[in-house]
Design a protein around this ligand. Structure first.
Ligand SMILES: *Cc1c(COP(=O)(O)O)cnc(C)c1O
Length: 356
């Protein structure tokens, strides 16, 4: 797997007009900023911030879990979760493209002493059979396999949606083998909006699940992880240890509560924009596009005579920001991307291909 290529930071380049780099690029809307300004706050670390408490109750309820805790990032949700589920030397099973393997700075090995068994499979998902095949009998020779992790949606897989039946089967296999289950739900609500399946149903049976607020939901920071009371107590200890306990975090949580009220249903617009982008790109001779299921569009321009890097650079010169991810270009739709911007992007790609 090739590394994430950071976007070109060329100060001479045109100003960015269309930002398809990531759904983390959203800026708080004026409504969200008003909610931040009005936020009631207290000391989050001692459980005294009313807005953080409200957010945690909302997310626990949304995911159908007993309790939840507000974290500064999705990465800290993943890290704290494995630190609770595993002991040093334990093995985590996850897809080979998983964020926990490639994009968290080796945190699970560095902080927990865990190894991650990379499972293969199309579109960022492993099949229940692949999972069964990776499970070994308990013996003193092999690392204890303690947790199975999935991404809903599977980011590098193309923003693909795990089917509810497959999720249920993974939970069943994990339980039969005495393993815990963890759902990296950075974009779980995208999957829910796209399928009409509730987050509670998607996360049913999973020991831990979290959602990110700084992606498509459009808040500036934060993720919320949910699980049983006992699990969340342990997560709190790790949050403290990792330096993730905050103070008047209600200013951040207010943006997240606002996002739950105003930015969930509209994810459907992002999905429509992603489909429009994929449709337009696929009509350009030689461009190879993976049909999007949510808000991520992966494509390869090589067949049109332009390398991925050259395409990213040429688009950047025209004010469009996106990047290569694992050998393909990823375009990400979000609340600061309009249908007009999508049309313009397609036209610019067409122009670049014509000039190649
Ligand atoms: C972004 C992302 C994370 C990490 O979230 P941050 O809030 O950026 O730390 C974890 N998993 C997946 C699948 C992601 O896309």
């Amino acid at each position: 797997m090739t590394a994430y290529t950071p976007p070109p930071r060329d100060s001479a380049a045109a100003p960015i007009r269309i930002n398809l780099l990531s759904d983390t690029q959203t800026r708080p809307t004026s409504g969200m900023r008003e909610a931040i300004a009005r936020a009631e706050v207290g000391d989050e670390q001692i459980g005294d911030d009313p807005t953080v408490n409200l957010l945690c109750e909302r997310v626990a309820d949304l995911l159908g879990k007993q309790a939840a805790v507000f974290m500064p990032s999705g990465t800290m949700c993943n890290v704290a979760a494995t630190l609770v589920h595993c002991r040093p030397g334990d093995e985590i099973l996850a897809h080979e493209t998983a964020h926990i393997i490639a994009r968290e700075g080796g945190a699970h090995a560095a902080l927990g002493g865990f190894q991650i068994m990379p499972l293969s499979g199309a579109d960022g998902q492993f099949s229940p059979d692949t999972l069964r095949g990776a499970i070994h009998p308990r013996s003193r020779y092999q690392p204890p396999q303690t947790v199975v992790s999935v991404e809903q949606t599977a980011n590098i897989g193309g923003g693909t949606i795990w089917k509810k039946a497959a999720l249920d089967e993974v939970v069943q296999i994990a339980r039969q083998n005495g393993m815990a289950t963890h759902m990296d739900g950075a974009r779980l609500l995208n999957a829910c909006v796209a399928t009409g399946i509730s987050a509670r149903d998607m996360a049913a049976g999973w020991d831990s699940a979290w959602i990110d607020f700084s992606k498509g939901l459009g808040a500036p920071v934060g993720g919320v992880i949910a699980g049983s009371h006992d699990f969340i107590d342990e997560v709190w200890r790790w949050k403290q240890r990792l330096g993730g306990s905050m103070r008047q975090a209600g200013v951040c949580a207010a943006a997240c509560v606002y996002a739950l009220d105003h930015h969930v249903d509209r994810l459907a617009d992002d999905h429509a924009n992603a489909r429009a982008l994929a449709r337009g790109l696929s009509q350009i001779q030689g461009i190879e596009v993976q049909q999007p299921e949510t808000n991520l569009v992966f494509f390869k321009p090589e067949g049109a005579g332009v390398s991925g890097d050259a395409m990213v650079k040429a688009l950047r010169q025209r004010g469009v920001l996106l990047a290569m991810m694992d050998g393909r270009i990823r375009a990400c739709t979000h609340l600061d991307v309009s249908a007009d911007m999508i049309e313009e992007t397609i036209e610019l790609v067409r122009e670049i291909v014509r000039g190649a």
